[in-house]
Design a binder for this molecule. Sequence first.
Ligand code: ZN
Length: 419
Amino acid sequence: MISIQRFTERLARLRTITAPGRGITRLAFTDEDWAGRAYMISLMREADLAVREDAFGNVIGRREGTRPDLTPVLCGSHGDSVPEGGNFDGICGTLAAIELAQSMQEDGWQNERPYEAVLFMCEESSRFGAATLGSRAMCGELSPRDLLTYHDKEGRALYDVLKRRGLDPDHIERAKYPVRPAAFFEMHIEQGRVLEHERKKAGVVTGIAAPTRLRFRIHGHPDHSGAAPMTLRHDGLAAAAELILAVERIARSHADPPVVGTASTLRLRPNAINVVPGEVTLGVDIRSISAEAKADTVRRVLDEAEAIGARRQVPFDVDWMSDERPVPIRRDVVDFLMDCCAAEGLPAMTLPSGAGHDAMHWAERCPTGMLFLPCRGGVSHNPDEYAEVEDIAGAARVLERAVRQALQADFHFREEGQQ
Ligand SMILES: [Zn+2]
């Protein structure tokens, strides 16, 4: 059985493993992150897991099954944090994955498939400017060349940082997980307010959104704010204002599947109180779990920009800063996790994930389920991040139910069963 007391003690211990300052700071591969990792390894050993690490430093704790010939079920999350982050992001899911193994051990519950608890390294982009690198390594998406291109603020290449930790960046391909797992599960705090608002205790993720980021450079004409009559202006900021509202309106019009659109950055030149704004740079971030809904939104925003520019005679350019592909979660896995929530008596709902997670890399490779638990006020990446211990326990029980079923040799997700 899952021990919530043990879980609480471990959270308290991890709270002490941080760089000085507010909240939790365990940037990837720093001494603090490495100490947190060592602690997690000790917990895996305590749970009788056979621990190994891969070329990137990801830690995998294996509980052998009675059918070691079958592909394993994986469960895990990350251990690093953002600067001055909270004590729940990532580690709730990692501790849960380890707790599941300890619970199997203490219950004398025998798994047929092998079970592997995974601690992913470098999920946060805070240090090297790129996220979920541990999962990408395990999914065969990182080359030694990539490792040389990622640098931290001090100019250290990820490649060198891995070397200094005794890892093997030259053979990063060896980190690739050798088989298609039977399933992957990740439990994580929601990092948003939806569950709290809907008074639900668990959220089953239907897809992981990915951003398209556009930078508009709007070429207005800077004129004297007193001398230029209203009819003769080409106000870059007024044009941007129309576009900002258009982004909001167009994104709102996509309710199902939902799209979120944010005009999030703005730069003005000359930015003086007595000058009509000339050059304006506007950053727009558009996300959805539906590639079609996102593409439609982007197209309509671009059309609208075109129309505004023509009407106001303010030319503009667009740079595509990124255009990433959202990751859908299989419907049968979503239904399965919703059934597990119901069986545990936990009020649950489905929802998209606006943030990226390790799970998104696994979802492209194997049946993947992601379970959110509420966090107070939706606050995350912040020292005030907080989740109720009862909510962590509830989600962990759902996770345990799901994982134990998936560990049975004759278990199939619905779609696979039909094939
Ligand atoms: Zn996280």
